[in-house]
Design a protein around this ligand. Structure first.
Ligand code: ZN
Length: 106
């Protein structure tokens, strides 16, 4: 039960009009809840950066296996150059997405 703001008598929670004085009851709570739900979920720039960088890293690993035939060379590249490239590009892609949103997505 809730109280009518006009006559202060108890009325039904889902009442649109007060049954005693006829006052129209505002239902602002419902409207604000709906607008909150409509808000779109967006991925953060860092998430997109990591995703694009993962694709880059996969291509990088494939190219290493194509270009290098000896075992130690492949292991060396997989241990050092792949993580380095992955980290650098993750930051670069994240920055591009962040800058893009700052400029165009208002
Ligand atoms: Zn009333």
């Amino acid at each position: 039960m809730k109280k009518c703001p006009n006559c202060l008598r108890e009325i039904q929670n889902d009442a649109v009009f007060c049954q005693y004085c006829g006052l129209e009851i505002q239902i602002d709570d419902f409207a604000s809840e709906k607008t909150n739900q409509v808000k779109k979920y967006k991925r953060t720039p860092m998430q997109i950066g990591l995703l694009l960088s993962a694709i880059m890293g996969a291509c990088n690993i494939i190219s290493i296996f194509i270009n290098y035939s000896s075992g130690p060379e492949i292991i060396g590249h997989l241990l050092f150059s792949v993580p380095a490239i992955f980290g650098i590009f993750a930051v670069i892609f994240a920055f591009i997405v962040w800058a893009w949103r700052k400029l165009f997505d208002k």
